[in-house]
Design a protein around this ligand. Structure first.
Ligand code: NAP
Ligand code: GLV
Length: 313
């Protein structure tokens, strides 16, 4: 099988992925974009990480596009993405576990005022705040897919009351209150001390975290965005932080990445900035996930984690 490997990688990342994938599937030939362009009719599959737009057009034998990213919004924004070719996204338990760690850290830091203590340290201020219990600190997780469910389960394990919101009603994990639809969201928001966003970026979810939604939270709530920057209306979040409506925001993702040096999030004392690291794709496990799908494509088996392009995730 001839597989194009391309993405938004530097040379070292390309080499590391090539090595991991070749170790998992030694019988395949792994081609760079330049090599694939020299023999387009022979490319049978592509393993991609947000490749430059246009990379996947003109490959007539392509039978699978396997993303190394969980979110496929940038891929789907490429109008030249071949329409009839199955597109699979990355679903890897190691990534879900990493996301659960990030969300748990952020929630614990919000509940126990650790971000406030970090601010106080910078000011040389010794001041104790009342200690709050996890069971009195409700968390609302937007998205109950792979990531959102892993996060909700981890939070339940720490004793937080957790609600998980999704588009369609699905099975609830033990201890998680599963809610679906817009009305249920607006009912849940006023109780949520912490709001964690793990939605895919689609036409419906772009800009969801705006002034109206933030105003529905209880005063001083924490906002944790681990999904995509464009879910948030930055100016609305900044206004809510400045007014105290939002107590602190933990932001891993931004409209433009890297976050531009002059962006007010960098210096806002109630914002914690992470450089899009909430759950990085782990080559060691993700290569095996990708290869299982490549072999299924080659052998006529069933493909896993296919994106429904019309719904956008
Ligand atoms: P997923 O398994 O596809 O789950 C998506 C969830 O969002 C589903 O529960 C879905 O509802 C829900 N949803 C979609 N549209 C909705 C809407 N309009 N209203 C309400 N709920 C909606 O995705 P995932 O693997 O959990 O990943 C989620 C996102 O995390 C990715 O798309 C990516 O943007 C982000 N991510 C970030 C990082 C990072 O490092 N920061 C790493 C990986 C992923 P249904 O269950 O009803 O379909
Ligand atoms: C990271 O943001 C991903 O979608 O995998």
């Amino acid at each position: 099988m001839n597989v194009l490997l391309c993405g938004d990688f530097d040379a070292a990342e390309q080499a590391a992925w090539q090595q991991a994938l070749a170790a998992a599937m030694p019988e395949a030939r792994w081609w760079t974009l330049a090599e694939a362009r020299a023999r387009p009719a022979e490319v049978q599959a592509a393993v991609v990480a947000n490749p430059p737009p246009g990379s996947l057009q003109g490959l007539p034998a392509l039978r699978l596009i396997q993303s190394l990213w969980a979110g496929v919004d940038r891929l789907l924004a490429d109008a030249t993405l071949p329409a009839g070719v199955p597109l699979a996204r990355m679903v890897d338990p190691a990534m879900n576990a990493a996301m659960a760690e990030t969300a748990l850290w952020a929630t614990l830091a919000l509940q126990r005022d650790f971000f406030a203590y970090a601010r106080q340290q910078r000011q040389g201020r010794w001041q104790q705040h009342a200690q709050r219990r996890a069971d009195e600190w409700p968390v609302l997780v937007l998205g109950q897919g792979e990531m959102g469910r892993a996060v909700a389960r981890a939070l339940v394990g720490m004793g937080f009351p957790v609600s998980g919101w999704s588009r369609t009603a699905g099975p609830a994990d033990p201890g998680v209150t599963r809610i679906a639809g817009e009305a249920a969201l607006w009912q849940a928001l006023p109780r949520a001390r912490v709001l964690i966003n793990l939605l895919p970026l689609t036409a419906q979810t772009t800009g969801l975290l705006d002034a109206r939604l933030l105003a529905a939270l209880p005063r001083g709530a924490g906002v944790v965005n681990l999904a995509r920057g464009r879910h948030v209306v930055d100016a609305d979040l900044l206004a809510a932080l400045d007014s105290g409506q939002v107590g602190h925001a933990v932001l891993d993702v931004f409209h433009a990445e890297p976050l531009p040096p002059a962006h007010p999030f960098w210096t806002h004392e109630r914002v914690t900035v992470l450089p899009h690291v909430a759950a990085q794709t782990d080559e060691r496990s993700a290569a095996a996930v990708a290869v299982a799908n490549l072999r299924a494509a080659r052998d006529g088996g069933s493909l896993r984690h296919l994106v429904q392009r019309e719904r956008g995730y």
